[in-house]
Design a protein around this ligand. Structure first.
Ligand SMILES: Cc1ncc(COP(=O)(O)O)c(C=O)c1O
Length: 364
C-alpha cells in the first residue's frame, strides 16, 4: 500500500521521527534514578506502547481510564500499570479488581469514597489493589490537598483491607505548557516541592511511599531531575503536536492528518475533507504541513478550509497534511494509524483503546 492509497481523512505516522522521539526520551532516563512511565492516553495504540517500553528505562505504563488499562493487559504490553486518575462510577472498581488478579495495577485516589469502593471491590475477588494518593499540586483538577489532608487519606488507604498504599502522584498540568522555560521550571519546582514534602510526611508517619509519580512532556527534564520523584508520566512526546512543538523540547512532530482536497473555490482557498471529525482545535487550528504560506482558516464538521498562496497549484484530488494542535483528542477520533516509511505504508496500527470500549462491549 502507498501513501496515495490511504482513504482520507486519516492519521499518518512518520515512523522514523517517532523512533527518534522514543530514543531521545529513553536516553534522558538512562542516566537517572527517576524513570519513565509513558502515558498511554496520548496515543491509545499498543504497538506504540510496546516500542516505548522496548527502548528501556520505564517502570511500566500510565493510563487515564480503566478501559485503557484493560487494553494494555489484554495486549500483554506491560504487567505494571498506573491509572493516574480517579476510578469511580458503575462497575469500574470491579474491573480494576479483576485486572489486579493479572497485573500489578495501581490507581490514583483523592477521596474516601474512591478508597472505599476500591477496597470493597478488591475484597470481593480476594485481590490487592495498589493505590497512589493523588495530591493536588496546583492544576485546578483532581487531587486532595498536599500535607495533612493527603496524609490522612494515605492512612485510610494503608488501613483498608484489600488496598496497598504504594505512594503519591501529583500532576503539574498547569506548568507543562508554560512557554518561557524559567517560568515553567519555577512552576514545576514549586508544584513538586509540595508533592515531595507530602511524601516525606507520609514516610515520617511510618507509611510506605515507594512511588512518587508526576510530570509530562513539557516538564520531563525539570520534574525528572528532582530528587525523590521516581517516575515521569509523559505521553505526548512520542508523536507530539503543534502546541508542544512551540516549547524548547527535543521532540519532533511525528504524525499528521492526511486529507484530500475536495474543492478549490477561489485562488486563495482550498477545502479538504479533514474537519472536526478528523482533528480537534481545542489547542488552536492545526497547521498546514509543507506548503509555504498556507494556514487553516476554519474547521467545520467534514471540511478544513485552508488559505493558500494564490500561486499554489493545489487542485481537487490532491492531498494535504495538517499538523494537529493537540495529540490526545485527535488520536481518539480515529480507528487506525497508517505508519509511513517514505511513501510506503509500512504498517497499519489499531488505536485499540480509542473511544469507549466498554460501550462496544455492551452492544447487543
Ligand atoms: C495525569 C497526567 N499525567 C501526565 C500527563 C502528561 O501528558 P503529556 O505528555 O501530554 O504532557 C497528563 C496529560 O494530560 C495527565 O493528565
Amino acid at each position: 500500500m502507498k501513501l496515495h492509497d490511504i482513504p482520507t481523512p486519516a492519521l499518518v505516522v512518520d515512523a522514523r521521527a517517532m523512533e527518534r522521539n522514543i530514543q531521545r526520551m529513553a536516553a534522558f532516563f538512562s542516566e537517572r534514578r527517576c524513570k519513565l512511565r509513558p502515558h498511554f492516553k496520548a496515543h491509545k495504540t499498543p504497538a506504540i506502547a510496546h516500542r516505548q517500553l522496548a527502548a528501556g528505562w520505564c517502570t511500566g505504563i500510565t493510563c487515564a481510564t480503566v478501559s485503557e488499562a484493560e487494553v494494555i493487559a489484554a495486549e500483554g504490553v506491560s504487567g505494571d500499570i498506573l491509572i493516574a486518575n480517579e476510578v469511580l462510577g458503575a462497575g469500574k472498581a470491579g474491573r480494576v479488581a479483576r485486572l489486579a488478579a493479572r497485573v500489578d495495577i495501581k490507581v490514583a485516589a483523592d477521596s474516601a469514597t474512591a478508597v472505599a469502593e476500591l477496597a470493597e471491590a478488591a475484597r470481593a475477588v480476594a485481590v490487592q489493589i495498589g493505590v497512589l494518593v493523588d495530591v493536588n499540586v496546583g492544576l485546578p483538577r483532581c487531587g486532595i490537598g498536599p500535607g495533612q489532608p493527603a496524609l490522612e487519606l494515605a492512612r485510610q488507604v494503608a488501613s483498608a483491607e484489600g488496598l496497598r498504599l504504594r505512594g503519591l502522584m501529583g500532576y503539574e498540568g498547569h506548568a507543562v505548557a508554560v512557554a518561557d522555560r524559567s517560568a515553567r521550571e519555577a512552576a514545576a519546582r514549586y508544584a513538586m516541592e509540595q508533592l515531595l514534602s507530602t511524601a516525606q510526611m507520609v514516610r515520617e508517619a511510618g507509611l510506605p511511599c515507594d512511588i512518587v509519580s508526576a510530570g509530562g512532556t513539557g516538564t520531563y527534564d525539570i520534574t525528572g531531575q528532582m530528587e525523590g520523584i521516581t517516575e515521569i508520566q509523559a505521553g505526548s512526546y512520542v508523536l507530539m503536536d503543534t502546541a508542544y512543538a512551540k516549547l524548547d523540547i527535543p521532540f519532533e512532530l511525528a504524525f499528521s492528518i492526511l486529507g484530500t482536497v475536495l474543492s478549490r473555490p477561489s485562488p486563495t482557498i482550498c477545502v479538504t475533507d479533514s474537519g472536526h471529525k478528523a482533528c480537534t482545535e481545542d489547542h488552536g487550528n492545526p497547521s498546514v504541513k509543507e506548503i509555504e504560506g498556507a494556514s487553516v482558516l476554519l474547521l467545520s464538521d467534514e471540511h478544513a478550509t485552508i488559505i493558500l498562496p494564490p500561486e499554489s497549484k493545489i487542485a481537487p484530488g490532491d492531498r494535504i497534511e495538517l499538523w494537529p494542535s493537540h495529540i490526545d483528542p485527535t488520536i481518539n477520533l480515529h480507528d487506525a494509524l497508517f505508519v509511513l516509511d517514505g511513501d510506503e505504508v509500512a504498517d497499519v496500527w489499531p488505536i485499540a483503546a480509542r473511544g469507549y470500549p466498554e460501550q462496544r462491549a455492551l452492544l447487543p
